[in-house]
Design a protein around this ligand. Structure first.
Ligand code: TXE
Length: 484
C-alpha cells in the first residue's frame, strides 16, 4: 500500500497511520494508496515556506526563459514516462487507458505550452508626454493556490501549475482526496528541480483542508475547479482577504443538432461528449437539443449506439469506465431509479455488475426522453453518463433552450448551414462553442471557462497567464516637463 506524502517546505510529510485516508481504484473498489488529511498547521507551514521562497533572491534570479526551459524539460520527462503515468491516472480515476493516455499527453502539452510562453509574457509602454516613460510591468501575483478536482487530476493540475510557474509564482496544490497519484508524480519531479517552497503539494479532505487554504490571509490567488456550492464557499473565503479567484464550475452543456447536420458526425459527437470519463466531465454534452423533424430518425440510432457502448474497468480500455466512488454511484443510481419510475429512461438506467469487478462503480449509459426543460434532470449537473433529450422547432427555440440553465460552459452546434451555425454560436451563452465537433481535441491553447454559474475567468491558452500576473504601472520622468 502506497502512503502518498505531502510536500511541505521541502520535506516529505507522511501522516500518522491511524488518520490516513484511503484512495480507491474505482474499477475494482480496491484501496491503492493512502493520504494524510493535512492540518491547519501543515497549511500554515506551507504558506510560510511559499512566502519565503517567493521573496527569496534565489527565485527572483531565475530568468523567465530558465523557468520556461524547466517546464519544457518536464514535458519531455512526462512523455518518456507516459505509459507509467497513464496507468496511475487510469487506476486513480477509473477512466479507460486510452483516455488516461490522452490526459497525460495534455499535461505534457501544458508544460510545453506555458514553458514556451514563459519569456513571452510582456508588458507595455504607454505614450504620455515627452520626458515621461510609462511602463506597464507584469509581475507574478505571489502565492497561488490550486484546488484540483478528481475528474481530470493530471490535466487540471498541469494547466494552472504550468502557467503559475511560468510567470514566477510560488505554487501550493491541494489534490482531490480521491485522486492524488498523478499530482504526487508531478510533485516528485518538481521537488528536485525547484527551490524549496516554490512547489508544494497538500492532501486531504476538501471540506477540512480547503478552508485553511482559501481563507489564509497570505495567499494571493486561488484557482478552483469543482461544484457551484463549493466554488461559492471558496469565493466567500477569498473575499475576506480580497484575494482574486479563477473558478471553473461545471455545466449542463447542450449539443444542438439541426435537421441539416451530418447525421453520422453528429451521432458520434453526441455519444462521445457524454460518455467520456463516464460523463464526469465539466464540459460533458449533457443535453441533446434535437430538431423535432429528425427526432424519430436520430433517436433510435442514438439508442443503438448507446447500447453498443462497452463498459469495463479502466485497464481493459473499453469505451467507458466506472464512476469515481460510492458517493457518485449512489447519487446517480438513485436519480436513475426515480427517472425510471417517471418513465424517462429510453435506454440504460441500471447499475452494472461486471464479472470479476463486482466492487467497481459501474452504471449503464443512459438516455432520458420526455423530461420538461425546467426539470432538475434538464437543469442540474448529473456528472454521469446520462443524456437528457429536449426538442426544438425553430432556431430561436434552440437558442432559448440552450441558454435555459444556470450554466454556460460549452455548447455544440451541428449544422451544415453556415449561417445557422454562426448565428447560434453568436447567441449561445457559453465560454466555448464547437461547430460540427465537440471539444476540438482538448484544445489546450483555447481559453476555457464559463458564462453564468459555470465560473469566473479563463484557464488554458495564453490568456490564463494573466491570472498569475498582476500589473504594475511605472512612470519614469527622465526630462523636465516642457513649459508651453
Ligand atoms: O465537488 P466539490 P465534489 C461537480 C459534479 C459533482 C459534484 C460533487 O457535479 O457531482 O461537483 O463533487 C475540494 N474548500 N464537480 O463533492 O465539493 C475537494 O477536495 C476548498 C464538477 O467532489 O466541488 C475537491 O478536490 N476546496 C467539477 C474539489 O474541491 C474544497 C469537478 C471539488 O469538490 C472544499 C468536480 C472547500 N470547502 C465536481 N470542499 C468540474 N467543474 O469539472 C471541497 N473541496
Amino acid at each position: 500500500m502506497k502512503n502518498i506524502p505531502m510536500l511541505i517546505n521541502g520535506e516529505w510529510i507522511y501522516g500518522d497511520a491511524e488518520v490516513l485516508l484511503d484512495v480507491e481504484n474505482p474499477s475494482t473498489g480496491e484501496i491503492i494508496a493512502q493520504i494524510s488529511n493535512a492540518s491547519q498547521a501543515h497549511v500554515e507551514e506551507a504558506v510560510r515556506s511559499a512566502r519565503r521562497a517567493f521573496e527569496s533572491d534565489e527565485w527572483r534570479q531565475w530568468k523567465a526563459f530558465e523557468r520556461g526551459q524547466l517546464l519544457i524539460d518536464f514535458a519531455h520527462y512526462i512523455r518518456q514516462h507516459a505509459e507509467e503515468w497513464s496507468l496511475l491516472e487510469c487506476r486513480d480515476v477509473g477512466k479507460p487507458l486510452t483516455q488516461a493516455r490522452a490526459d497525460i499527453e495534455a499535461a505534457a502539452r501544458y508544460f510545453e505550452f506555458y514553458g514556451g510562453a514563459a519569456d513571452k509574457v510582456m508588458g507595455d509602454t504607454i505614450p504620455i508626454e515627452d520626458g515621461l516613460l510609462n511602463a506597464v510591468v507584469l509581475e507574478p501575483v505571489g502565492i497561488t493556490v490550486h484546488i484540483v478536482p478528481w475528474n481530470y487530476p493530471v490535466q487540471i493540475t498541469a494547466r494552472s501549475v504550468a502557467a503559475a510557474i511560468a510567470t514566477g509564482n510560488a505554487v501550493i496544490v491541494k489534490s482531490a482526496e480521491d485522486t492524488p497519484l498523478t499530482t504526487h508524480a508531478i510533485t516528485e519531479w518538481l521537488a528536485e528541480k525547484l527551490p524549496t517552497g516554490i512547489f508544494q503539494h497538500i492532501t486531504g479532505l476538501g471540506r477540512d483542508v480547503g478552508p485553511y487554504l482559501t481563507s489564509h490571509p497570505d495567499i494571493n490567488h486561488i484557482t478552483f475547479t469543482g461544484s457551484v456550492p463549493t466554488g461559492i464557499a471558496v469565493m466567500r473565503a477569498a473575499a475576506e482577504n480580497v484575494v482574486p479567484v479563477t473558478l471553473e464550475l461545471g455545466g449542463k452543456s447542450p449539443n444542438i443538432v439541426f435537421a441539416d447536420a451530418n447525421m453520422e458526425q453528429a451521432l458520434e459527437g453526441v455519444v462521445r461528449a457524454i460518455i467520456q470519463n463516464a460523463g464526469q466531465t465539466c464540459s460533458a454534452g449533457a443535453r441533446l437539443l434535437i430538431e423535432e423533424s429528425i427526432k424519430d430518425t436520430f433517436l433510435p440510432q442514438l439508442v443503438q449506439k448507446f447500447q453498443a457502448i462497452q463498459v469495463g474497468p479502466g485497464e481493459a480500455d473499453m469505451d467507458m469506465g466506472p464512476l469515481l466512488n460510492e458517493r457518485q454511484y449512489t447519487k446517480i443510481t438513485t436519480l436513475l431509479q426515480q427517472a425510471k419510475k417517471d418513465g424517462y429512461v429510453i435506454t440504460g438506467g441500471e447499475p452494472l455488475t461486471i464479472k470479476g469487478y463486482e466492487n467497481g462503480f459501474y452504471v449503464q449509459p443512459t438516455i432520458l426522453d420526455g423530461v420538461q426543460p425546467n426539470d432538475p434532470l434538464a437543469q442540474e449537473e448529473i456528472f454521469g453518463p446520462v443524456l437528457t433529450v429536449l426538442t426544438f422547432a425553430s432556431v430561436e427555440e434552440a437558442i432559448t433552450l440552450a441558454n435555459s440553465t444556470e450554466y454556460g460552459l460549452v455548447a455544440g452546434v451541428w449544422s451544415q448551414n453556415i449561417d445557422t451555425a454562426h448565428y447560434v454560436a453568436s447567441r449561445v451563452q457559453a465560454g466555448q462553442v464547437f461547430i460540427n465537433n465537440y471539444g476540438a481535441a482538448g484544445g489546450i491553447q483555447m481559453p476555457f471557462g464559463g458564462y453564468k454559474k459555470s465560473g469566473i475567468g479563463r484557464e488554458k491558452g495564453f490568456v490564463a497567464l494573466r491570472n498569475y500576473t498582476q500589473m504594475k504601472n511605472i512612470a519614469i520622468r527622465y526630462a523636465p516637463p516642457i513649459q508651453r
